[in-house]
Write a protein that binds this ligand. Structure first.
Ligand code: GLU
Length: 457
């Protein structure tokens, strides 16, 4: 059976870098195993889900370099969930409950004071017909719970029942089903919680590996039981650690902080985000992988650690600089030409400036400086202006190449006795108008004698 994974966000907001981690873990796992990637939208909550968000999520994934083999919407599959409900009811595994949240809360408190675990005590199984009729007459609607297989003969006497799986990330995991409440699968208003539709989909879509955040570990115990109740073999599971900010704060879809859209708008490279999202909190160093193939080589699902994957958003900037520093002209060419950076000079220009960029768009500023001169008039002291004038008059003969600058300043050093900052900074200011930037040795051949003379103070 081919490896098939899925990424299953609810389309209720923009995805953030933490969601991207889950998507990328699935994508890279599929890539490494020649598998399929299913994009599934968990949109059973019709009130909060929106097509715009689903579209935005697809846009973000494609921008990151993730391309789905299939797209599924849970909202189009309610029939399948109803079939599963019928089956569970027929098998006596789904039962109606009428408690209000306040009643449940009170029961939990009572159990705690008695030293019992605060799980649901299955009281609904003992309701008489008369009681049920009374509730219904009162207008109460039932919610439905799945009966966990944690008892021998009598559901009122649960006993330790271990569900085990070998987690792709965390190793051997065990959940005791007696430590959990029977999960509610259907709310009073008839809507589905995520638990059942997810399992039905995973079965129908032949998902072989469920890779998701470790906030779902407990769900897995329940869902494995559901797979079996529906007559299916559970898939393999892998729960990766969640990305948090350096202060340990969880990321939220709602706040919009660190959303892929906002990171894209800030001018970051997609592979910068992908590299950080995947490699943080693993035994690999966080480095800038320039392609998905390269990132796949660094990706090992078992290398994620069990503790939170903390990162400082500032790291994205440093990583982006690394990404640009090593970006080939071939990879940058199309985007540069969209900025009007083209012609014979585009390649040497790119090679000269790429090590000095925070964002690729910064190249446009350098292109202006190279083509038109400093952005602002340059203010040099009278003494420095004299030095620069004399220096420009002593430029080596053409043709210029990468060695020209060294020959030039070696001569200036000898003639003027200047060295270090005194030697270089006035030249740099005259040439670029800025105190730092690309190697002057690379800029000189780009500017040529005409460009240099235009900058003579
Ligand atoms: N919609 C669920 C979530 O975003 C999916 C979890 C899963 O992958 O099963 O948390």
């Amino acid at each position: 059976m081919p490896v098939t994974v899925r990424f299953a966000p609810s389309p209720t907001g923009n995805i953030h870098i933490g969601n991207a981690r889950t998507a990328l873990f699935n994508w890279l796992f599929a890539m490494k195993n020649n598998g399929n990637f299913v994009q599934r939208f968990d949109d059973t909550d019709l009130a909060r889900s929106r097509q715009e968000y689903a579209d935005a999520i697809l846009y973000d994934l494609h921008w990151l370099g993730i391309f789905q083999d299939a797209t599924e919407y849970q909202s189009r599959r309610f029939d399948r969930y109803e079939d599963a409900v019928d089956r569970l009811k027929r098998d006596g595994l789904l039962y109606a409950c009428y408690e209000t949240p306040e009643e449940l809360d009170l029961r939990r408190k009572v159990r705690r004071t008695r030293g019992l675990p605060p799980v649901y005590g299955r009281e609904a199984l003992q309701l008489t017909h008369a009681q049920i009729s009374e509730y219904e007459a009162d207008g109460r609607k039932p919610h439905w719970r799945f009966m966990l297989p944690n008892f021998r003969n009598d559901p009122m006497e649960p006993e330790r029942t271990e569900v085990e799986w070998s987690d792709l990330v965390r190793g051997d995991e065990t959940i005791d089903l007696a430590s959990l409440s029977d999960p509610i699968l259907i709310r009073e208003d008839g809507t589905f919680l995520y638990t059942l539709p997810s399992v039905v989909d995973d079965i129908d879509m032949s998902i072989t590996h469920v890779i998701r955040g470790d906030d779902h570990v407990t769900n897995t115990g329940v869902q494995i039981a559901l797979f079996r109740a529906l007559g299916a073999e559970p898939p393999a599971f892998g729960h990766h650690n969640l990305l948090t900010t350096a202060t340990g704060e969880a990321l939220s879809k709602r706040t919009g902080a660190l959303s892929i859209a906002s990171l894209r708008e800030s001018g970051l490279e997609p592979m910068t985000i992908a590299s950080l999202a995947v490699l943080t909190g693993t035994s690999e160093n966080v480095v800038a992988a320039s392609t998905m193939t390269e990132l796949a080589k660094l990706f090992d699902i078992g290398a994620a650690s069990k503790s939170a994957a903390k990162f400082d958003p500032e790291d994205l900037n440093a990583l982006n600089r690394d990404m640009l520093r090593q970006m080939s002209f071939a990879d940058a060419r199309d985007r540069l030409s969209a900025f009007g950076i083209l012609g014979d000079q585009a390649e040497p220009f790119w090679l000269a400036v790429r090590g000095n960029l925070d964002r690729l768009t910064d190249a446009t500023t350098w292109w202006r400086i190279v083509r038109q001169g400093p952005l602002e008039p340059v203010n040099l002291s009278a003494e420095d202006a004299d030095y620069v004038r004399a220096a420009f008059d002593a430029l080596p003969p053409t043709p210029w190449n990468g060695d020209t600058f060294k020959i030039w300043v070696d001569g200036l050093k000898e003639k003027t006795g200047r060295k270090g900052k005194m030697l270089y900074e006035p030249l740099r200011l005259a040439i670029t108008g800025l105190p730092s930037g690309p190697e002057l040795a690379d800029l000189l051949p780009l500017l040529g004698p005409a460009g240099m003379q235009a900058r003579r103070p």
